[in-house]
Design a protein around this ligand. Sequence first.
Ligand SMILES: [Zn+2]
Length: 413
Amino acid sequence: MPISPQLLYIQDPFMLEFEASVVEKVPLPGGHLGVILDRTYFYPTGGGQEYDTGHIGDAAVLDVQKSKDNSTIIHVLDRDISVGRITAHIDSDRRIRHMQHHTAQHLLSQCFLRQLDAPTVSANINGYSPSTLDLDSPPISKTDLQSVEILANDVIFQNLQVKSYFVSKSESTGLPIRKADAIHEDIRIVEIDSFDYSACAGTHCTQTGSIGILKIARTERQNDKLRVHFIAGKQALEAFRETFDTLNRLSAAFSVHPRDLETAVLQQSLVLDSVQKQLASARHEMLKLEAHQLYRDGETIRQRLCVLGAYENRPVEELRFLALECCRHPCTLALFSSLSGSKISLVVGCSPGGGVKAGQLLQELLQPFGGRGGGDDSFGQGGGSGNSVQQAALMQNAYQLLKTLPPPENAAG
Ligand SMILES: [Zn+2]
């Protein structure tokens, strides 16, 4: 069957620079310009594989599409070009990545079929992120995935020829084609030398060795299908390089060989857990001591012991702990604030016999700053935005207010 001058990539997937003539310009939605060439090696989006990019003359090719009747290829350009003879360049990196992943997909699909009787129902080819294929299969064990991966790489290392040719529908019946239901008249077969026969119009390597290597990255459930993510060729090299570099950096940081890294990390994690527990315990003891000291230094105002403190960058949990610890003593009022950035936190605690409603006092103090908070008679917590001047004013207000409060009802004298 003669190859259409609109689909010359089928004839030679390595032809990445060619001469052609612009035969038609097509205005496209979004203000872009489409051009039709008399002959083209650009691949249009289809069959789970994205379009080629590159240049036609000075214009960058942003997209390549088939016309609605599939008869012509429309190259979407970023700018206008003159009509006549032009030189076109296809982006080789993108093309080669697609070829590697597309050939890897045929190979992997055949390996899943042979090893696990798992047919591929759809595939998505990506050059720069893992490609995927969806299997009609229950979950697959790690061991079975590995056996498929080993077979696929064995076929890569055998460097089998990848052929493509057209057959008629009657000729196709004699071939063990993976997806036989897709066969129409004069279909293009991509054959990995007697190993796999697939009906496909994509771009592929001409030898399996060009795939380089194939790695299954992971699997995931997609409704009733199993999605397999895999990488090959240049993308696999990049992933290997990144992983290897990361391992080397971590090995140097831990001063161990990469093979001992997992043990070293687990040991470090155990040590960290233990140290964090010790630290939490020590911090708890320190806060108790601090609370004790604060209580001892407190000032008796209107016959109740008042403990006030203003801090910077203290977690509100610490303020709360200090207040509750001070309020273990009867007839005590504790009031602590902390400024973090532009936020003032405030806690107020009042122990039995203190005669102050802590939540109410807190709201009264926050009101001038537009702050918010709440609580009950024994404890209140809240905050608002402010700066160090406003924090000092708040503490001064609190001090003055405490001087005006009536003494506790049961206070002596
Ligand atoms: Zn293909």
